[in-house]
Ligand binder design. Structure first.
Ligand SMILES: [Ca+2]
Length: 232
């Protein structure tokens, strides 16, 4: 039977893959196996051939972040995770789940069984968290987001708009300029310090060879130290 994963869930999976590219997919799932087909399950294709459930392996992702994003999307219906189930119609209240599988290796996400919910390609918001690493945000996510932008932004469903890409690149450029300025300053300080050390060594050599008396050495050292204090 022909089938496809509901486009809305395909967008969700794509956002999860983009944000956590090294995640484990061993327990991922879409279409149901023979056991699922013998009972009612969102993993079985419906009359529109759409599979309206997606299982996400729990490893290598922030499960709470994905569940939070899921609950905010209009297509969401219910999820099952770690012996708990929460349904939108129940205000996302978590209840004990005693089904056959405890769902401890993957999270089950079901959307509404409607054409509208299946076709809704709106973003799930997983790529829009604060990624400003200067404020202690998720720097890793920023790097992955950038690599996604570079390697094929056009293919990422629900990806960033051109304006967002420009803003992101400007932010990175401005951070890189600040890093360049800091590096230059550190290098200048290092050079000044090396210069001062060389001058001090020269003084000591001149003193030990009798060219400068102790008083002159102390005076010159004071001048050198004062000058380097002004520089830094
Ligand atoms: Ca796993």
């Amino acid at each position: 039977m022909a089938w496809y994963l509901a486009p809305s869930l395909s967008v969700l999976r794509s956002e999860v893959d983009t944000r956590w590219p090294r995640r484990d997919k061993t327990s991922d799932g879409t279409i149901g196996d023979t056991a699922h087909q013998e009972r009612a399950s969102d993993h079985n294709p419906n009359s529109r051939e759409s599979v309206d459930a997606w299982d996400m392996d729990k490893d290598g992702v922030d499960v709470d972040a994905v569940i939070g994003a899921f609950q905010r999307h209009p297509s969401a219906h219910y999820w099952i995770w770690n012996r708990q189930i929460a349904d939108k119609d129940n205000g996302w209240r978590r209840q004990a789940y005693d089904g056959e599988s405890p769902h401890t290796a993957h999270v089950h996400f079901s959307i509404r069984q409607t054409a509208a919910a299946e076709q809704d390609r709106r973003s799930w918001g997983l790529l829009e968290d604060d990624m400003d690493f200067r404020d202690g945000g998720d720097g890793e996510a920023l790097i992955y987001r950038l690599s996604a932008l570079v390697t094929g932004a056009a293919t990422v469903q629900g990806g960033p708009t051109k304006g967002e890409r420009v803003a992101l690149i400007e932010r990175v450029n401005s951070t890189l300029s600040r890093l360049d300025a800091l590096t230059a300053r550190v290098e200048a300080l290092g050079a000044a310090e090396a210069q001062r050390d060389a001058a001090l060594r020269t003084l000591l050599v001149e003193h030990s060879s009798g060219q400068l008396d102790a008083e002159a050495v102390v005076r010159r050292m004071g001048e050198l130290l004062a000058a380097s204090a002004t520089q830094s």
